[in-house]
Design a protein around this ligand. Structure first.
Ligand code: G3P
Ligand code: MG
Length: 258
Protein backbone atom coordinates (compact mmCIF):
# COMPACT_ATOMS: atom_id res chain seq x y z
CA UNK A 1 0.00 0.00 0.00
CA UNK A 2 1.33 3.45 -0.78
CA UNK A 3 1.90 6.02 1.96
CA UNK A 4 -0.87 8.11 0.39
CA UNK A 5 -3.39 5.29 0.51
CA UNK A 6 -2.50 4.61 4.14
CA UNK A 7 -3.00 8.27 5.07
CA UNK A 8 -6.35 8.19 3.30
CA UNK A 9 -7.47 5.18 5.32
CA UNK A 10 -6.45 6.97 8.51
CA UNK A 11 -8.51 10.05 7.89
CA UNK A 12 -11.76 8.28 7.22
CA UNK A 13 -13.43 4.90 7.68
CA UNK A 14 -14.05 3.57 4.20
CA UNK A 15 -15.55 0.36 5.56
CA UNK A 16 -19.03 -0.71 6.70
CA UNK A 17 -20.11 1.02 9.92
CA UNK A 18 -21.87 -1.94 11.51
CA UNK A 19 -19.97 -5.20 11.87
CA UNK A 20 -21.39 -8.56 12.95
CA UNK A 21 -19.35 -9.54 16.01
CA UNK A 22 -17.72 -12.96 15.51
CA UNK A 23 -19.92 -13.29 12.42
CA UNK A 24 -22.88 -14.86 14.18
CA UNK A 25 -23.26 -12.40 17.05
CA UNK A 26 -26.31 -13.35 19.11
CA UNK A 27 -28.07 -14.89 16.11
CA UNK A 28 -25.92 -17.86 15.12
CA UNK A 29 -22.85 -19.65 16.49
CA UNK A 30 -19.78 -17.43 16.57
CA UNK A 31 -16.87 -17.88 14.18
CA UNK A 32 -18.71 -20.40 11.99
CA UNK A 33 -19.87 -20.38 8.40
CA UNK A 34 -23.45 -20.55 9.70
CA UNK A 35 -22.72 -17.25 11.44
CA UNK A 36 -21.35 -15.73 8.24
CA UNK A 37 -24.40 -16.97 6.31
CA UNK A 38 -26.71 -15.43 8.91
CA UNK A 39 -24.92 -12.08 8.70
CA UNK A 40 -25.09 -12.13 4.92
CA UNK A 41 -28.75 -13.21 4.92
CA UNK A 42 -29.52 -10.19 7.10
CA UNK A 43 -27.74 -7.97 4.60
CA UNK A 44 -24.77 -7.19 6.82
CA UNK A 45 -21.95 -5.74 4.76
CA UNK A 46 -19.17 -6.36 7.27
CA UNK A 47 -18.15 -8.99 9.81
CA UNK A 48 -15.53 -9.28 12.51
CA UNK A 49 -14.10 -12.69 13.39
CA UNK A 50 -11.22 -14.25 15.32
CA UNK A 51 -8.35 -16.28 13.88
CA UNK A 52 -5.71 -18.50 15.45
CA UNK A 53 -3.49 -21.37 14.29
CA UNK A 54 -4.40 -25.04 14.65
CA UNK A 55 -1.64 -27.53 15.55
CA UNK A 56 -0.83 -28.08 11.85
CA UNK A 57 -0.24 -24.34 11.37
CA UNK A 58 -3.46 -23.79 9.41
CA UNK A 59 -5.44 -20.72 10.48
CA UNK A 60 -8.94 -21.40 11.77
CA UNK A 61 -11.78 -19.27 13.10
CA UNK A 62 -11.89 -19.51 16.87
CA UNK A 63 -12.12 -17.24 19.90
CA UNK A 64 -11.11 -19.42 22.87
CA UNK A 65 -7.79 -21.16 23.30
CA UNK A 66 -9.46 -24.05 25.14
CA UNK A 67 -12.17 -26.52 24.26
CA UNK A 68 -15.37 -26.48 26.29
CA UNK A 69 -17.40 -23.40 25.45
CA UNK A 70 -18.06 -23.44 21.69
CA UNK A 71 -16.68 -26.91 20.95
CA UNK A 72 -17.15 -29.87 23.27
CA UNK A 73 -14.25 -31.30 25.24
CA UNK A 74 -11.58 -30.20 27.63
CA UNK A 75 -8.04 -29.04 27.15
CA UNK A 76 -5.92 -26.94 24.90
CA UNK A 77 -7.35 -26.25 21.47
CA UNK A 78 -3.83 -25.90 20.07
CA UNK A 79 -3.34 -29.66 20.47
CA UNK A 80 -5.65 -30.35 17.49
CA UNK A 81 -4.99 -29.96 13.82
CA UNK A 82 -7.36 -28.18 11.48
CA UNK A 83 -8.92 -31.40 10.14
CA UNK A 84 -9.70 -32.63 13.64
CA UNK A 85 -11.21 -29.26 14.50
CA UNK A 86 -13.17 -29.34 11.26
CA UNK A 87 -14.86 -32.53 12.49
CA UNK A 88 -15.78 -30.99 15.85
CA UNK A 89 -19.20 -29.49 16.53
CA UNK A 90 -18.99 -25.71 16.89
CA UNK A 91 -22.73 -25.19 16.58
CA UNK A 92 -24.61 -27.40 19.07
CA UNK A 93 -23.66 -25.24 22.06
CA UNK A 94 -25.65 -22.43 20.47
CA UNK A 95 -28.74 -24.45 19.51
CA UNK A 96 -29.61 -27.92 18.20
CA UNK A 97 -30.46 -26.28 14.88
CA UNK A 98 -26.73 -25.67 14.33
CA UNK A 99 -25.53 -29.11 15.40
CA UNK A 100 -22.58 -30.34 13.33
CA UNK A 101 -21.40 -26.89 12.26
CA UNK A 102 -17.63 -27.28 11.79
CA UNK A 103 -14.77 -25.06 12.88
CA UNK A 104 -13.95 -23.26 9.61
CA UNK A 105 -10.57 -22.70 8.06
CA UNK A 106 -9.68 -19.05 7.44
CA UNK A 107 -9.11 -19.64 3.75
CA UNK A 108 -12.60 -21.07 3.25
CA UNK A 109 -14.24 -18.29 5.25
CA UNK A 110 -12.39 -15.54 3.37
CA UNK A 111 -13.23 -17.03 -0.01
CA UNK A 112 -16.92 -17.36 0.88
CA UNK A 113 -17.11 -13.82 2.28
CA UNK A 114 -15.34 -12.41 -0.77
CA UNK A 115 -17.74 -14.21 -3.10
CA UNK A 116 -20.64 -12.70 -1.18
CA UNK A 117 -19.11 -9.23 -1.04
CA UNK A 118 -18.92 -9.10 2.76
CA UNK A 119 -16.08 -6.98 4.16
CA UNK A 120 -13.88 -8.45 6.90
CA UNK A 121 -12.24 -7.21 10.08
CA UNK A 122 -9.95 -10.16 10.78
CA UNK A 123 -8.89 -10.23 14.41
CA UNK A 124 -5.56 -12.02 14.80
CA UNK A 125 -5.97 -13.76 18.15
CA UNK A 126 -2.85 -15.84 18.69
CA UNK A 127 -2.55 -18.61 21.23
CA UNK A 128 -0.06 -17.69 23.94
CA UNK A 129 3.46 -17.63 22.51
CA UNK A 130 2.26 -17.73 18.88
CA UNK A 131 1.90 -14.03 18.16
CA UNK A 132 4.48 -13.85 15.39
CA UNK A 133 3.86 -17.14 13.56
CA UNK A 134 0.10 -16.59 13.64
CA UNK A 135 0.44 -13.11 12.17
CA UNK A 136 2.91 -14.31 9.53
CA UNK A 137 0.72 -17.18 8.34
CA UNK A 138 -2.52 -15.17 8.44
CA UNK A 139 -0.81 -12.13 6.91
CA UNK A 140 0.62 -14.10 3.99
CA UNK A 141 -2.63 -15.94 3.34
CA UNK A 142 -4.81 -12.85 3.36
CA UNK A 143 -2.34 -10.82 1.32
CA UNK A 144 -2.28 -13.59 -1.31
CA UNK A 145 -6.07 -13.98 -1.33
CA UNK A 146 -6.46 -10.25 -1.99
CA UNK A 147 -3.51 -9.81 -4.36
CA UNK A 148 -5.94 -9.13 -7.21
CA UNK A 149 -7.79 -6.36 -5.31
CA UNK A 150 -6.21 -2.99 -6.01
CA UNK A 151 -8.74 -0.88 -4.08
CA UNK A 152 -7.39 -0.84 -0.49
CA UNK A 153 -10.85 -0.14 0.92
CA UNK A 154 -12.02 -3.53 -0.37
CA UNK A 155 -9.26 -5.42 1.40
CA UNK A 156 -9.80 -6.65 4.96
CA UNK A 157 -8.59 -4.82 8.04
CA UNK A 158 -6.49 -6.78 10.52
CA UNK A 159 -6.81 -6.06 14.23
CA UNK A 160 -5.18 -7.52 17.29
CA UNK A 161 -4.59 -7.00 20.98
CA UNK A 162 -1.09 -8.32 20.33
CA UNK A 163 1.50 -5.70 19.46
CA UNK A 164 3.89 -8.46 18.36
CA UNK A 165 1.24 -9.81 15.98
CA UNK A 166 0.55 -6.35 14.53
CA UNK A 167 4.27 -5.79 13.96
CA UNK A 168 4.63 -9.17 12.25
CA UNK A 169 1.52 -8.57 10.11
CA UNK A 170 2.96 -5.26 8.96
CA UNK A 171 6.19 -6.99 7.86
CA UNK A 172 4.46 -9.89 6.12
CA UNK A 173 1.40 -8.16 4.69
CA UNK A 174 2.13 -4.46 4.25
CA UNK A 175 -0.81 -4.19 1.86
CA UNK A 176 -3.37 -5.12 4.50
CA UNK A 177 -4.08 -2.26 6.96
CA UNK A 178 -4.14 -2.80 10.71
CA UNK A 179 -6.07 -1.58 13.74
CA UNK A 180 -4.92 -1.72 17.36
CA UNK A 181 -7.36 -3.48 19.68
CA UNK A 182 -7.50 -2.35 23.30
CA UNK A 183 -9.99 -2.58 26.12
CA UNK A 184 -9.60 0.88 27.63
CA UNK A 185 -7.82 3.54 25.58
CA UNK A 186 -4.25 3.83 26.94
CA UNK A 187 -2.82 7.31 27.58
CA UNK A 188 -0.18 6.73 24.89
CA UNK A 189 -2.68 5.59 22.25
CA UNK A 190 -1.39 8.01 19.63
CA UNK A 191 2.26 7.00 19.82
CA UNK A 192 1.25 3.33 19.84
CA UNK A 193 -0.84 3.75 16.70
CA UNK A 194 1.91 5.70 15.02
CA UNK A 195 4.70 3.28 15.85
CA UNK A 196 2.61 0.29 14.72
CA UNK A 197 1.52 2.04 11.54
CA UNK A 198 -2.11 1.37 12.43
CA UNK A 199 -5.00 3.12 10.69
CA UNK A 200 -7.54 2.65 13.49
CA UNK A 201 -8.15 2.12 17.19
CA UNK A 202 -10.70 -0.47 18.36
CA UNK A 203 -11.82 -0.13 21.98
CA UNK A 204 -14.55 -1.22 24.37
CA UNK A 205 -17.46 1.17 24.01
CA UNK A 206 -17.87 1.50 27.77
CA UNK A 207 -14.28 2.71 28.13
CA UNK A 208 -14.68 5.66 25.75
CA UNK A 209 -16.01 9.17 26.29
CA UNK A 210 -16.89 11.96 23.89
CA UNK A 211 -13.66 13.91 24.49
CA UNK A 212 -11.43 10.93 23.86
CA UNK A 213 -13.36 10.03 20.73
CA UNK A 214 -12.87 13.57 19.46
CA UNK A 215 -9.10 13.43 20.08
CA UNK A 216 -8.76 10.13 18.25
CA UNK A 217 -10.79 11.34 15.27
CA UNK A 218 -9.00 14.69 15.17
CA UNK A 219 -5.69 12.83 15.03
CA UNK A 220 -6.96 11.18 11.85
CA UNK A 221 -7.53 7.61 12.98
CA UNK A 222 -10.48 5.30 12.43
CA UNK A 223 -12.38 4.48 15.63
CA UNK A 224 -14.31 1.24 16.13
CA UNK A 225 -16.15 0.26 19.33
CA UNK A 226 -17.11 -3.20 20.55
CA UNK A 227 -19.49 -4.77 21.55
CA UNK A 228 -22.49 -2.48 21.22
CA UNK A 229 -25.88 -4.15 21.53
CA UNK A 230 -28.11 -1.24 22.57
CA UNK A 231 -29.41 1.03 19.76
CA UNK A 232 -29.48 4.13 22.01
CA UNK A 233 -25.84 3.60 22.92
CA UNK A 234 -24.99 3.04 19.26
CA UNK A 235 -26.58 6.40 18.39
CA UNK A 236 -24.64 8.13 21.15
CA UNK A 237 -21.32 6.68 19.99
CA UNK A 238 -21.97 7.73 16.40
CA UNK A 239 -22.82 11.23 17.67
CA UNK A 240 -19.32 11.34 19.21
CA UNK A 241 -17.76 10.61 15.81
CA UNK A 242 -17.16 6.88 16.30
CA UNK A 243 -16.80 5.35 12.83
CA UNK A 244 -17.97 1.80 13.34
CA UNK A 245 -19.47 -0.64 15.82
CA UNK A 246 -19.16 -4.33 16.32
CA UNK A 247 -22.48 -5.81 17.50
CA UNK A 248 -24.02 -9.12 18.51
CA UNK A 249 -27.48 -7.67 17.82
CA UNK A 250 -27.49 -6.96 14.12
CA UNK A 251 -31.16 -7.80 14.20
CA UNK A 252 -31.70 -4.42 15.93
CA UNK A 253 -28.49 -2.58 14.92
CA UNK A 254 -28.41 -3.61 11.28
CA UNK A 255 -26.34 -2.55 8.30
CA UNK A 256 -28.45 0.54 7.64
CA UNK A 257 -28.70 1.65 11.28
CA UNK A 258 -28.69 5.41 11.73
O1 G3P B 1 -12.70 -6.95 17.67
C1 G3P B 1 -13.60 -6.64 18.66
C2 G3P B 1 -13.85 -7.78 19.61
O2 G3P B 1 -14.06 -8.94 18.86
C3 G3P B 1 -12.73 -8.00 20.57
O3 G3P B 1 -13.08 -8.87 21.61
O4 G3P B 1 -13.03 -11.03 22.76
O5 G3P B 1 -14.86 -10.56 21.17
O6 G3P B 1 -12.57 -10.98 20.32
P1 G3P B 1 -13.40 -10.43 21.45
MG1 MG C 1 -12.85 -10.59 18.15
Amino acid sequence: MTAGANADLQTRWPYPRILAHRGGGALAPENTMAGMREAHARRMRGVEFDVMLAADGIPILMHDTELGRTVPGVGDLGAFDSEELGRMDAGAWFSPHFQGEPVPRLEDAVQWLRRHDVWMNIEIKPMPGHDVDTAEVVGQMVQDLFADVSDPTRRPLFSSFSVKALDAARETAPGIPRGLLVEGVPPDWESRLRSLGCVSLHCRHDRLDAGLARHIKTAGYGLMCYTVNDPARARELFSWGVDALCTDRYDVIGADFR
